[in-house]
Design a protein around this ligand. Structure first.
Ligand code: HEM
Length: 166
């Protein structure tokens, strides 16, 4: 019985990992597409598409984390280093993403005259900033670095969980 519950939780953990990627995929490609356009209306649509993935991304991240923690206890894995390194990696990448959201993507919505949030709280809509200012702001974003760290970290976490090297 315990074994089957453990296997079910592991299944939910993996499924949540796939759901997370499904929910976050739009944001990944939006980060690149933003830099290819000068059309501010298109930018607004891209930002809306990115935000559409938020609920699925956030919910699956939570499920992924909870199922991982419980599975860790059931499997007696908390004495191993690989699970701690995975957890720290996930926390570090998530924290970094929140700081980028706060410094780049929510301010960009503000500049575009869209609804935006500061620390999860909705703010009053501002007047749209001049096009040149917005294009310069977007030009200074770094989607390749985000992909390298975000996807690289994800690949590393999966490697740690499958190979359990230490
Ligand atoms: C383990 C991998 C990743 C985790 C845990 C993660 C987590 C998150 C979280 C929690 C947010 C929400 C931040 C906020 O609303 O302030 C976010 C936003 C974002 N992430 Fe990631 N992310 C990962 C990988 C990536 C990758 C590979 C990219 C590639 C470019 C990326 C691009 C973005 C973008 C553009 C946003 C802003 C989306 C928006 O405001 O609409 N992320 N990420």
């Amino acid at each position: 019985m315990i074994t089957s519950l453990y296997t079910w939780l592991k299944y939910i953990h993996v499924l949540a990992g796939f759901m997370f990627l499904l929910g976050h995929g739009a944001s990944v490609f939006v980060a690149y597409e933003l830099k290819k356009t000068k059309d501010l209306e298109r930018m607004k649509t891209l930002m809306d598409v990115s935000a559409a993935g938020w609920p699925a991304m956030m919910l699956s991240l939570l499920v992924l984390l909870l199922a991982g923690i419980i599975t860790g206890f059931m499997g007696g894995w908390w004495g191993a280093l690989w699970i701690w390194v995975s957890l720290v990696l996930l926390a570090a990448i998530t924290g970094w993403m929140f700081s980028l959201g706060g410094k780049v993507y929510h301010p960009l919505r503000k500049m575009l005259g869209m609804e935006y949030m500061i620390q999860g709280k909705p703010q009053t809509v501002d007047k749209q900033r001049p096009q040149k200012e917005i294009l310069d702001f977007v030009a200074a974003t770094h989607p390749h670095t985000m992909t390298l760290i975000g996807l690289g970290g994800y690949a590393l976490m999966i490697w740690l969980m499958i190979f359990k090297p230490f």
